[in-house]
Design a binder for this molecule. Structure first.
Ligand SMILES: Nc1ncnc2c1ncn2[C@@H]1O[C@H](COP(=O)(O)OP(=O)(O)OP(=O)(O)O)[C@@H](O)[C@H]1O
Ligand SMILES: [Mg+2]
Length: 263
């Protein structure tokens, strides 16, 4: 089993979309996947078609130590994908975590007993530098960082690395940022290209190369919105759309890297 966290302290960079889309393509390849929603916004929960307002145990109960994660896991409408859901209550767990020892490794210890049931555990973390993102990355073998292709993307990587270094210094846990995904990338317009203008995303992509093993781009596509509205991964909604094809390629890289024991 390999655990992978989707992380960036900035909001709206495509963490949830990437987590759910990749989970879908892994599931289509017959892999057993658990998605852990560690974000009180519960977007991953909704994106898998689960109503965050009507459920029993959730990641809140797991993080405050009331139940084992086994008791919170649900089947979803998607074959091979299970979900440890979030609710808005999860906000309240953070103040509890600050009061206890080993606060950064609650999730890591929580998933030990269930690792054997899954090929992949994908963890969707919230924005901000709080204890949930820390628990997510500490519980993960590898980190996928998602970025919007803005001029601030490279600066964002530097501050994210500072957060990872701090975790490493205070806990000894080695953080492995492995793969970056630039989401919602639009190619420069046809006329800009005819006039010989360079694609601005290409510059950002090149800048990322020093930090990650691979850098992928995913185009903008309205199908992302439609799939989320339907509560299903894009792999199961419109697998052949451009966004879907881009995520399929990334899922293939995840599988290949695991097989070659690169990760
Ligand atoms: N490739 C894409 N094409 C079109 N829209 C996208 C794409 N990727 C993400 N989005 C949209 O961008 C918004 C932000 O994406 P998402 O929720 O995945 O980011 P996030 O990093 O998880 O956000 P947060 O930090 O709030 O958890 C969402 O409305 C999502 O539907
Ligand atoms: Mg999110």
């Amino acid at each position: 089993m390999v655990s992978i966290a989707f992380a960036h302290h900035k909001g709206g960079t495509g963490k949830t979309t990437s987590c759910i889309s990749i989970s879908g393509y892994l599931a289509l390849r017959g892999k057993k996947v658990l998605v852990i929603d560690l974000d009180p916004q519960a977007n991953a929960t909704s994106a898998l078609g689960i109503d965050r307002n009507s459920m029993g145990e959730s990641m809140y109960d797991v993080m405050i130590g009331d139940v084992k994660i086994d008791d919170a896991i649900l089947e979803t409408g998607v074959e091979n994908i299970h979900l440890a859901p979030a609710t808005l209550d999860l906000v309240g767990a953070e103040s509890y975590l600050y009061k206890i020892n080993n606060r950064i490794s609650i999730l890591k210890r929580g998933i030990e007993s269930i690792r054997k049931y899954y090929d992949y555990i994908l963890i969707d973390t919230p924005p901000g530098p709080g204890l949930f993102i820390i628990n997510g990355v500490v519980a993960s073998d590898y980190i996928i960082v998602t970025l919007d292709p803005s001029v601030f993307a490279l600066e964002g990587i530097e501050s994210l690395n500072t957060i990872f270094d701090d975790i490493n210094e205070s806990s000894g846990v080695k953080i492995n940022p492995w793969l970056a995904i630039l989401t919602r990338c639009n190619k420069g317009s046809l006329f800009a290209r005819i006039r010989g203008k360079k694609d601005p995303v290409e510059g950002i992509r090149k800048g990322m190369k020093g930090f990650f093993d691979s850098v992928y781009t995913v185009p903008y596509g309205v199908e992302v919105y439609e799939a989320q509205l339907k509560g299903m991964p894009i792999s199961h909604y419109k697998p052949k759309c451009k966004v879907g094809v881009a995520y399929k390629k990334i899922a293939e890289e995840v599988i290949k890297s695991c097989k070659n024991r690169k990760i």
